[in-house]
Design a protein around this ligand. Structure first.
Ligand SMILES: NC(=O)c1ccc[n+]([C@@H]2O[C@H](COP(=O)([O-])OP(=O)(O)OC[C@H]3O[C@@H](n4cnc5c(N)ncnc54)[C@H](O)[C@@H]3O)[C@@H](O)[C@H]2O)c1
Length: 359
């Protein structure tokens, strides 16, 4: 499996996103997001998404350098339509606006509509937490085929509808969030089924059903033949979360709803809240209280079969530390697909190899 330094992947991804037509500023935001996703262990939302983005561009479903439309700007309410722009830039810009607003008003409710794939939601949680804000986001995924079967459904009716909560840390580790829950409401993220399929590996038990609605560990039907569905995490409770992410982002936030006609794109809409801790009270004391609660949980004896108690966000920190040292592995299929996508943009094999330092 090819292994790359983060710098090598950044160099290649920058060339590809630049060739897609993005300005250097947009390319930098998109590439930084993708490589950080790889670093944090979420290859499903890293550079392996580039072939999908090239397809969306060529189908007219992703608009580089898009100007977002501010639908509503009223005190603590911000509604922004991203108009199929590059999600990693437009979502980050929207969250930056929400952070600035929360500094004035104490809190901001942001509805971001109709962005092309915004990637790893945790990126926006990190942005807010680093600014001293608590962050929540309900996100839906629309415009393609439904892939999540809610509780009791034998057929897919929703996207993987992620959910994120991030809270600030005390300034250590560059102000990284103290805790961050960032998750798909399916048992695994859809991109993880793609990565498993590309590696020829099974998906974890309880993740997928086949076309007949029966449980399966084989991702082939789901990825190659577009049959079957992903299951919600946590039975009826996770399914309920998935339904409510759809409602909050779609019906309430005004983004595309899952019941509307699709064009074959990947659209994310997000209803987020950003709360300035320093306006709620003593931010330093709140952060200390967060730490105290963390210590209380961590002090538990690990359950049988576990070596230690981890808290949300810790696996990603560890992965980032480790991958910064050991490099990022890209599976052979993903690597082939990235090269092919670069070729579709007119890049030569030599250019690709030069970018990653193979020549
Ligand atoms: N843009 C989209 O349309 C979209 C859709 C779905 C998912 N996503 C993204 O996909 C990524 C992956 O999602 P996922 O559901 O596969 O994540 P995951 O299952 O790997 O992790 C989910 C959460 O559980 C925590 N966690 C993991 N292992 C843990 C452990 N042993 N102890 C304690 N906590 C632990 C993680 O820190 C994370 O907060 C996320 O970044 C999400 O935002 C994006």
């Amino acid at each position: 499996m090819p292994n790359f330094t983060p710098q090598a992947l950044r160099a290649l991804a920058s060339l590809i996103v630049g060739r897609m037509g993005s300005s250097p500023e947009e390319a930098e935001e998109v590439v930084d997001h993708l490589v950080r996703a790889n670093l944090s262990g979420h290859d499903s939302h890293g550079v392996g998404m580039l072939p999908a983005y090239v397809r969306l561009l060529q189908d007219g479903l992703l608009v580089p350098n898009q100007t977002p439309h501010t639908v509503l700007d009223a005190g603590a309410l911000l509604v922004i339509d991203a108009r199929r722009g590059f999600g990693q830039r437009l979502a980050a810009d929207a969250v930056r606006r929400a952070i600035a607003r929360a500094r004035e008003t104490g809190a901001c409710v942001l509805a971001l509509r109709n962005s092309t794939h915004v990637g790893r939601i945790g990126t926006y949680g990190e942005l807010a937490a680093r600014a001293g804000m608590a962050f929540t986001a309900f996100v839906n995924v629309t415009d393609g085929r439904d892939i999540q079967a809610p509780w009791a459904c034998a057929e897919p009716r929703l996207g993987t509808n992620p959910f994120c909560i991030a809270v600030p840390g005390g300034g250590a580790d560059g102000g990284a969030p103290s805790l961050m829950l960032d998750m798909a409401t399916t048992t695994i993220a859809a991109g993880k089924a793609r990565v498993a399929y590309n590696k020829g590996e099974p998906v974890p038990e309880g993740s997928l059903i086949d076309a007949a609605g029966e449980p399966t560990g084989d991702p082939t039907g789901f990825i190659r033949d577009h049959t079957g569905a992903m299951l919600s995490f946590g039975r009826h409770k996770g399914s309920g979360m998935a339904v409510m992410c759809e409602i909050m982002a779609g019906a309430i936030g005004g983004g595309q709803r899952v019941d509307e006609p699709t064009r074959g794109g990947i659209l994310n809409s997000m209803l987020a809240t950003v709360i300035d801790l320093s306006r709620l009270g003593d931010a330093a004391a709140i952060v200390q209280n967060i730490e105290a609660t963390k210590q209380h949980i961590r002090a538990s004896r690990p359950a049988p079969g576990f070596d230690e108690v981890l808290l949300p966000g810790e696996p990603e920190h560890r992965a980032a530390r480790q991958r910064s040292e050991t490099g990022i592995e890209v599976d052979a299929t993903t690597w082939h697909d990235i090269r092919e996508a670069a070729g579709k943009l007119g890049m030569t094999e030599a250019e690709i190899d030069r970018a990653v330092g193979a020549n």
